[in-house]
Design a binder for this molecule. Structure first.
Ligand SMILES: *Cc1c(COP(=O)(O)O)cnc(C)c1O
Ligand SMILES: [Zn+2]
Length: 405
C-alpha cells in the first residue's frame, strides 16, 4: 500500500526490503510511518459507521482492507468496573477485556494486519517465537489465509490453552530447548535466511494493528480521553503500539491530550521497569526471567527502548508487581467483576492497586486497565490457586450442610 513506509526508528532510514527485521544501516528498530494527510480531512464519525473492531480504523492501517485476512478481531468490551474502582479507591477504573478476541488475546489485532501483509507479499511460510498467545493467534490467521505456519515455543513453559490452540489450527509446533529469547533467536535466524516471514512483534506491521485497542478505547469513551492507560509489558510492542496510536490521533487533531501510559512487569522479569526506576533510556536484559505470568516472562524485550520512550513522553510510569499480587488481582477481577483473565493480564490491575497505594495514581483519575488475554488460556494456574471441588453426597441435606458452612 502506498499510504505508508517502513523506516528505522533510530536513524530514520527508509527500509525497502520486507524481509529484514532490523535497520540494514544501523541495526535499529523498524517502525511504520503512516501518511496521515488523508485522515486529516476526515472526522471520527466517518469511521463510526462501520462496526467497532480493528478494520473500523482501516485508514490508519498499512494494508489494503480489500484483501484483509480477518476473523473479526477487536470490538472488545470496555467494562466500567465500579466494584474494582471502589475496592482500589480510584474515581473510575475501566477494564478493556482483550480476552474476547477470536483467539482470546489482543495478539489478534496485530496478526490480522501482519498476516494480511504476509499475504500481500506472497509469503509461503510464516512463523514466530512465542510464549503462547502469539503462536495461537498466528496459527489461526495462517490457517484462514492458507499459508504454512511454524511456531517456536520454549519447551514446557507454555500454558495449556495456548499450546492446544497452536496445535488445533494446524501449525508446525516446534518445542525449543530454552526460554522465549532462545526460541526467538532461532526464528530470527530462519527469517534472516528467508526461510520464513517472521511475525513476531519486531515486525513493524503487527503494532499497527495493535494501535486499534487505543482507538477503540477512545471511541468507547466518546473521545473523553482517560487520564491513564495501564497494561502489562513483555516484549513491549503493545505499549509502543498504544503510544503510536495516541500520537497519530493527536496528529490528525482528533484528541488534544494523551493518557499517561503505565507499564507493569512481573518482579522476576522486569527490565523495563528497572530501567525506568534508574531513569534510563535503555534497559539491561534479564538472563533468567521467571514469573507465573508466562505471557510476560521476557528477559530481553524487543521493543524495550520504544516502551521507555512511550512512558517518558506521556509522563507515564513503570512498576513491578509480585506473582502473589498478580494472582490476587486475577481473583479480584473474577470475584468482583465476573471477568476471567490470564495472569499476565491481571498485572495491569495489580499495578493499578499498587500505584494507587503508593500515591503515584491519584484518587481522581479515570484509568483504563488493558486485560490482554483470557483466563481460559491457563486453567492450570487458576485451578492451582482455587479451592478444590467439594465432595458432596447425592442428597439435598448434604448440599444444605455444605452451603451453610
Ligand atoms: C503478548 C502478551 C503480553 C505482552 O505484550 P507485549 O506486547 O509483548 O508487551 C501481555 N499479556 C498477554 C496476555 C499477552 O499475550
Ligand atoms: Zn537505522
Amino acid at each position: 500500500m502506498a499510504n505508508h513506509k517502513v523506516v528505522c526508528w533510530d536513524c530514520g532510514a527508509e527500509v525497502a526490503d520486507p524481509y529484514v527485521t532490523v535497520c540494514p544501516k544501523c541495526g535499529g528498530l523498524l517502525t511504520v510511518k503512516m501518511d496521515l494527510e488523508p485522515i486529516k480531512e476526515m472526522r471520527p464519525e466517518d469511521l463510526q459507521k462501520t462496526p467497532l473492531g480493528v478494520w473500523r480504523y482501516a485508514p490508519f492501517m498499512p494494508v489494503d482492507p480489500a484483501h484483509k485476512v480477518s476473523i473479526q478481531e477487536g470490538g472488545t468490551p470496555l467494562y466500567k468496573t465500579d466494584a474494582l474502582s471502589a475496592e482500589i479507591g480510584v474515581k473510575q477504573a475501566y477494564v478493556k477485556f482483550e480476552g474476547l478476541n477470536p483467539t482470546g488475546s489482543f495478539k489478534d489485532r496485530g496478526m490480522t494486519v501482519g498476516v494480511s501483509h504476509a499475504k500481500e507479499l506472497g509469503a509461503k511460510v510464516v512463523g514466530c517465537a512465542s510464549t503462547g498467545n502469539t503462536s495461537a493467534s498466528l496459527a489461526a490467521y495462517a490457517s484462514k489465509a492458507g499459508i504454512k505456519c511454524a511456531v517456536f515455543l520454549p519447551s514446557g513453559k507454555v500454558a495449556a490453552g495456548k499450546l492446544a490452540q497452536a496445535l488445533f489450527f494446524g501449525a508446525k509446533v516446534l518445542s525449543i530447548d530454552g526460554n522465549f529469547d532462545d526460541a526467538l533467536a532461532l526464528a530470527r535466524k530462519m527469517s534472516d535466511e528467508r526461510k520464513l516471514y517472521l511475525l513476531n512483534s519486531i515486525n513493524p506491521y503487527r503494532p499497527e494493528g495493535q494501535k486499534s485497542v487505543l482507538f477503540e478505547i477512545i471511541d468507547q469513551l466518546k473521545f473523553d480521553v482517560p487520564d491513564r492507560v495501564i497494561l502489562p509489558v513483555g516484549n513491549a510492542a503493545n505499549i509502543w503500539a498504544i503510544y503510536k496510536a495516541c500520537m497519530e490521533l493527536k496528529e490528525v487533531g482528533w484528541i488534544d491530550k494523551v493518557p499517561m501510559l503505565t507499564g507493569i512487569q512481573a518482579e522476576g522479569a522486569a527490565p523495563v521497569a528497572k530501567a525506568f526506576r534508574a531513569k534510563s533510556k535503555d534497559f539491561i536484559p534479564e538472563e533468567h526471567p521467571e514469573t507465573v505470568a508466562t505471557a510476560i516472562r521476557i528477559g530481553n524485550p524487543v521493543s524495550g527502548r520504544k516502551a521507555l520512550h512511550a512512558i517518558y513522553d506521556t509522563n507515564g510510569y513503570a512498576e513491578t508487581v509480585t506473582d502473589a499480587e498478580i494472582i490476587a488481582a486475577q481473583q479480584l477481577l473474577g470475584r468482583r467483576e465476573g471477568v476471567c483473565v490470564e495472569p499476565a493480564s491481571a498485572a495491569s490491575v495489580a499495578g493499578l492497586k499498587k500505584l494507587r497505594e503508593n500515591g503515584v495514581i491519584d484518587r481522581d483519575e479515570r484509568v483504563v486497565c488493558i486485560c490482554t488475554g483470557n483466563g481460559l488460556k491457563d486453567p492450570d494456574t487458576i485451578i492451582a490457586n482455587s479451592p478444590a471441588p467439594i465432595k458432596c453426597k447425592n442428597s439435598v441435606e448434604d448440599v444444605e450442610r455444605i452451603l451453610s458452612e
